[in-house]
Design a protein around this ligand. Structure first.
Ligand SMILES: [Zn+2]
Length: 436
């Protein structure tokens, strides 16, 4: 009987924890049936040890967009075949505290060029959502096909999308919480919150600890999908492009060739153990990983020996934590072997032999090309950031299917620098011109 009551108490406690999806734990302790031993026990909370229970994670469904749902519909939504372009946007870490990032130091202009603020990022997500984009996993967009002679090539997949929707890949470069960004307006790392979800940890400009889901690109997208599940009908989120030289996801899991000691190795092992459940939770909730090389090296200018040694180190220190990946994102956009479009060089072939299939650079459109001489697809991504938000009317046009940059850019917080587009008020209303 005593055992049964203990079980009952545990169950009540578990239920109360599982039901607490919000940001705060309920103030009251779980109430047990009156007049029992269990009730007597629960009235002395001071003596109870902290329950070491992580809340049961909410189930998360992931679907394969290349498989048509039975009967052509799921949850009352009709799915139709799509064979058009899969758009691809990428972000760097988002700026949580613009006043810190844009404080006029030597990094301010770089942040202005290559990053967006949390406010801008929120507006971009809202806009692509309203324009009918839905998230897809980059690895679902192409498949490997082996021909009769035994050679393999990539083929583009037909995707089955909710009727009227367009597919969108989002990737995130340098999700390492690199040291130069710490204390400069960015979050510091991902952690688990009391609700079992991922939150960011960091310090605000005043030095106060901040645990939030509203300041980091990853947690913001998690939350956005929770609030707009139809933005991710397959459960896909984004692909995280990570280096290794300063660890991953804010955990210092890297080695260093200088002054390595047993103590530092022990510290590293602790970080490795801490990041493993974070990686597992990201994968469980639709995030995928890609390589950005270990040392953020320019793949277009380094020798074959340098590239392969760097990538081996990436496999040892990062691949060992995130698992197999098929996508590589070129640092600085530098194409493998100088030009991967025209030729397949030895470094690209090495990558293919080591499991990479999707090779991403940066460009002015979501270009993609399936290689005919090896099993790979190369693609370009567009880059919402200061350079394009401030761009000319032509640049504005490239991004118009996603958003109007003039509605997104926050000139109040960004440094005073040139914008090249025509302000809305100066635009002349469209008039029909006779065809020439
Ligand atoms: Zn990078």
């Amino acid at each position: 009987m005593r055992r049964l009551l203990a079980l009952l108490l545990t169950l009540i406690l578990l239920l109360s924890l599982a039901g607490c999806g919000g940001e705060q734990q309920p103030a009251e302790t779980p109430s047990a049936p009156g007049g029992t031993e269990a009730a007597a026990e629960s009235e002395a909370p001071a003596e109870e040890p902290e329950p070491e229970i992580t809340p049961e994670p909410e189930p998360y469904n992931i679907y394969d967009p290349t498989v048509e749902p039975p009967g052509g519909s799921r949850d009352g939504v009709t799915y139709v075949a799509y064979n058009g372009v899969v758009e691809h946007l990428f972000f760097h870490p988002v700026i949580a505290y613009p006043e810190q990032a844009f404080d006029g130091d030597h990094m301010s202009d770089g942040y202005d060029d290559w990053m967006v603020t949390v406010g801008e990022y929120n507006k971009i997500l809202q806009s692509v959502y309203e324009k009918g984009f839905v998230l897809v996993n980059i690895s679902d967009c192409w498949s490997e096909e082996t021909s009769e002679d035994g050679s393999s090539r990539m083929v583009k997949n037909t995707l089955y999308l909710p009727e009227g929707k367009k597919p969108l890949i989002i990737s995130y470069d340098d999700v390492n919480y690199n040291l130069y960004t710490l204390g400069d307006g960015f979050t510091y790392k991902l952690i688990f919150g009391e609700d079992g979800k991922l939150w960011s940890w960091g310090l605000d400009p005043q030095g106060n600890e901040v645990v939030s889901r509203d300041l980091d690109a990853i947690t913001i997208l998690d939350k956005f999908v929770e609030e707009h599940p139809d933005f991710s009908p397959f459960g896909a989120k984004g692909c995280l492009s990570i280096t290794g030289y300063e660890g991953i996801l804010g955990y210092r899991t890297q080695t260093d060739s200088e002054n390595w000691t047993a103590e530092r190795e022990a510290e590293r092992q602790k970080e490795i153990e801490a990041v493993k459940p974070i990686v597992a939770e990201l994968k469980r909730t639709g995030w995928t990983f890609g390589s950005h090389t270990w040392g953020h090296i320019s793949l277009n200018s380094r020798s074959y020996e340098t590239v392969t040694a760097d990538m081996q180190r990436w496999f040892d220190e990062v691949g060992s934590l995130v698992g197999e990946v098929d996508t590589i994102f070129y640092p600085f956009g530098g194409r493998l072997d100088g030009d991967d479009v025209k030729q397949t060089g030895p470094a690209m072939q090495w990558m293919v032999d080591h499991g990479f299939r999707i090779f991403c650079s940066v460009g002015i459109q979501s270009y993609s090309k399936i290689k005919s001489d090896t099993c790979a697809v190369i693609c370009d991504r567009l880059h919402p950031d200061g350079t394009t938000l401030r761009g000319s009317d032509k640049v504005l046009e490239w991004y118009s299917q996603f958003y109007d940059a003039r509605d997104i850019i926050d000139l109040e917080v960004r440094p005073e620098r040139e914008v090249r587009w025509t302000p809305k008020s100066a635009e002349t209303p469209a008039v029909e011109t006779p065809a020439q």
